[in-house]
Design a protein around this ligand. Sequence first.
Ligand code: FAD
Ligand code: GLY
Length: 380
Amino acid sequence: AMTRDVLIVGGGTVGLSIGFELVRRGTPVTLFEKETAGRGTSYQAAGMLAPDAEIEFEERELYDFNRESLRRWPDFADRVEAASGQSVDYRDEGTLIVADDRDAAEALERLYEFQRDQGLDVEWLTGAEARDVEPFVAPSLAAAVYAPSDHQVDNRRLVGALRTAFKAEGGTLHEETPVEAVVPDEDVPAVRTAGGDRVGGTRVVVAAGVWSRELDGLTPDATPPVRPVKGQSLQLRSKRPFDLQHVIRGPEAYLAPKSDGRIVMGATSEEMGFDTTVTAGGLYDLLEGGWEVVPGIRDLPVDETWAGLRPASRDHAPLLGRSAAPGVLMATGHYRHGILLTPITAEEMARLIRTGETSDWLRPFSPRRFSDAKSPTRSA
Ligand code: FAD
Ligand code: GLY
């Protein structure tokens, strides 16, 4: 079959949101999802929109990209909510980064100084001041940094709303339809499904998260160098009088309270390939780390445990734009920030696909930076 559609492989937050931004501007899209859309890594995340708290992991270029995406989040949330009729639970209470002992306080002070040097809007608090902001943190806290600009959404609601919004705007969604291979071509690139269908379109976008490098049909220089980084997590159910309002980040675990009473606690960071086993040691570390900073979790029911796979590239920055394969674009490698980076990824990729022009925002994240002799580094 041949369509006039943009073909997207993968229905996570990245694929669905690019599809949404295209169809609502009148560009037809067919999206292929191997299982149910929105049940991959995007479902397993914590939903934090946290450029400031996580700046220590990033280079300045990625920090600026993260920040710009956060700036676009409120408008994007409004659009998705209007198109889907569903809430994504955008919350702007801010994040408390907390230290539970002297060593942790020293490490936190170094982070705080770095954040201040970079011009971030963060505030140093004593343990007592931290309790004024959030009464459920431990009385024994040594210190905290308040990051009011870091926000959060409910990532499970987000992918549900995006799936509805994409279809409501006229997108075609094929679930339970794995794509086996991509067939590059400048004029009519195509995908071949596991069922043996070959579908041609105007462009192919690979948004298959951590599975992006498993697709056949791409030469080594066009294959995205993305590997899985395992993150074990668990979910608590809030129970009165316990009523946490802020994202809390301790040295060993974070807690992200959602408005429906879910509290997501994460996450380990493990190089274990595609293994998604939940281990006693992983849960133990998270529970101990969470309990040390928010002792009231002790009495809460545990709802769920899981392990998600972060799609990490070699430099931990995303791959966004034209690949070395004709007609094939990449939107993958979002690692720790795929929920945060959803608006900027969707808007800038949709612009590139519609106009053929790569914006200044996308240029540093070219998928060809790993293979192209003319741009051997990210800054080139
Ligand atoms: P996915 O959601 O995995 O979507 C890819 C989709 O492609 C899947 O649905 C899959 O089934 C489908 N697919 C794969 N192969 C094929 C194929 N051959 N054919 C058809 N379909 C295919 N980010 C944040 O911004 N904030 C956070 O707080 C945060 N916390 C996290 C916590 C954990 C524990 C983890 C693991 C990640 C976290 N992240 C967070 C990162 C974020 O979850 C990811 O960066 C993001 O979800 C990646 O989105 P995606 O659409 O690329 O991948
Ligand atoms: N950004 C949170 C995580 O990756 O665990």
